[in-house]
Design a protein around this ligand. Structure first.
Ligand code: ATP
Ligand code: MG
Length: 454
């Protein structure tokens, strides 16, 4: 039955009639020294042993676009054991879906054997067995020809093979032409390919935004109807893909593209949250823009910080609700955070390992409004101060918090001790006190704030 299914899917020939279009060096200009030494060595060694070996996928695409590839994958007709025997520092990973990691220095090259049947290579190391009804993949660990290998890939521009010895590009799906024309096109029937692996819908949007390509209209059309299939994708894989989208350096573009195509609804629960909250939209877009900026500048980014931003307005709304229900401010905030995190861990698959940092960033926010006594000094010493302060700055920029507060904290950080003492602001954010006829002796300055979190 499996064989029948495989045949059903793959008895079609590639558009080039089974033979690749071969582009010599003079047509594309990518010399072998564009590859990392490890990729080059891996492909050469395989070829010297009589196997085929090509650099494939994102790296070839990125080189053609004049970008620096993130990493290099090699595809070969050698089977995993044969690959491993050729490289001293190598190991086979995955049980059923076996690929080989070849290591040189700090670099690792992923070597996969040509395979047939579409696969979801983000999770290549996992077993994948799904039912035939839904059109999903049954098996993805069957070795095949190079042409079959090209047909299991997702987009034409991701199915280009570069031979570093002959310096040729082999193209079975007119990927070079699509790249030139600026089109992101799915290999095969888009609806069928999305059914096989719904994550491809997200990949489509991410690559279009990241590479500045126009998504082929035929690839857009089925998404609205099939977006719900993403619900069945294992949470961890969805989370990985979402992370790739948010940290692609083009998160703003990706999200705008989703919205423009009307695809955000239901495509990814996280994006639903992002785009369905008008109040928080500015804040969220700002957070995404800052993330993009940091990535472009090569600065580190923290997923917890971004998730804290994405969920902040949910927390705010829940916080208000809890207070309206009679809870005092700080217990209300803790309740709100727990409510939002519980709801989101089901829907959004944000791993709990980020909870603690997100909560810290959130609980520090009200403390920025306490600018009397020892409190600002204590806040400044908090190990998470920098992140919480950056978060505050975004709240100011989005108009949620008075810009003066952000400026004050900037000055306060830069000021000397004496200056800091002068800067303190008494009674800020104090609750409306019940009038007492005979007030008791005043408490020390700064100790009468309502929001006590430390
Ligand atoms: P990036 O620059 O984001 O890493 P990439 O194209 O290298 O882009 P990967 O996720 O690293 O993307 O996958 C490597 C290659 O494996 C892809 O270029 C594509 O050919 C194939 N591939 C990955 N995921 C899928 C999928 N879900 N369905 C089909 N082919 C896939
Ligand atoms: Mg890659």
């Amino acid at each position: 039955m499996i064989r029948k299914f495989i045949r059903r899917v793959f008895n079609k020939k590639s558009p080039t009639g089974g033979k690749p279009r071969i582009f010599p060096l003079m047509k594309h200009g990518i010399t072998a020294d564009h590859l990392s030494p490890c990729a080059l060595k891996t492909a050469r060694t395989l070829q010297q042993a009589g196997f085929k070996a090509f650099v494939v996928g994102g790296a070839v695409r990125d080189l053609l676009l004049g970008r620096e590839p993130k990493d290099f994958d090699v595809a070969t007709d050698a089977e995993p054991d044969e690959v491993r025997d050729l490289f001293r520092r190598s190991r086979i990973i995955g049980r059923r879906f076996r690929i080989v990691h070849v290591m040189c220095g700090a670099e690792t090259i992923e070597v996969s054997t040509f395979r047939t049947v579409a696969v979801a290579s983000n999770n290549e190391h996992e077993d994948r067995q799904t039912d035939q009804e839904s059109g999903r993949i049954l098996r993805d660990n069957v070795f095949g020809s190079q042409e079959e290998d090209s047909m299991r890939r997702d987009f034409t521009v991701n199915a280009l093979y570069y031979d570093p010895v002959s310096q040729e590009i082999w193209d079975y799906h007119n990927g070079v032409a699509d790249l030139k024309a600026g089109v992101l096109r799915i290999i095969g029937d888009p609806a069928q390919r999305y059914r096989e692996d719904p994550v491809r819908m997200l990949r489509a949007v991410r690559f279009a935004a990241k590479l500045g390509l126009k998504l082929d209209p035929a690839a857009i059309k089925p998404i609205r109807e099939l977006a719900e299939l993403l619900e069945d994708v294992p949470a961890a894989r969805l989370f990985d893909e979402m992370l790739k989208l948010l940290f692609s350096g083009h998160a703003v573009q990706s999200v705008l593209l989703l919205r423009k195509k009307g695809l955000h609804h239901g495509l990814l629960p996280m994006l639903d949250v992002i785009l369905e909250q008008p109040m928080g939209e500015r804040f969220v877009m700002l957070a995404l823009a800052k993330t993009d900026q940091r990535i472009v500048q090569g600065k580190p980014v923290s997923p917890a910080f971004l998730f804290a931003a994405l969920l902040w307005h949910e927390v705010l709304a829940a916080w208000q609700q809890c207070q309206a229900d009679g809870e005092r401010p700080i217990p209300a905030l803790h309740l709100a955070m727990d409510l939002v995190l519980t709801a989101q861990s089901e829907k959004l698959a944000i791993p709990h390992r980020y909870d603690a940092v997100m909560k810290e960033i959130w609980t520090m926010q009200p403390r920025f409004l306490q600018r009397a006594g020892q409190r600002p000094f204590r806040l400044l010493e908090h190990p998470r101060f920098r992140a919480a302060y950056d978060f505050l700055v975004m709240r100011c920029e989005s108009g949620e918090v008075d810009a003066e507060v952000g400026r004050w904290w900037e000055d306060f950080q830069n000021a000397g001790d004496e200056e800091r003492g002068r800067m303190l602001i008494k009674d800020e954010g104090a609750p409306k006190k019940r009038r007492r006829r005979k007030p008791k002796a005043a408490r020390p300055a700064g100790e009468d704030q309502p929001v006590a979190t430390d």
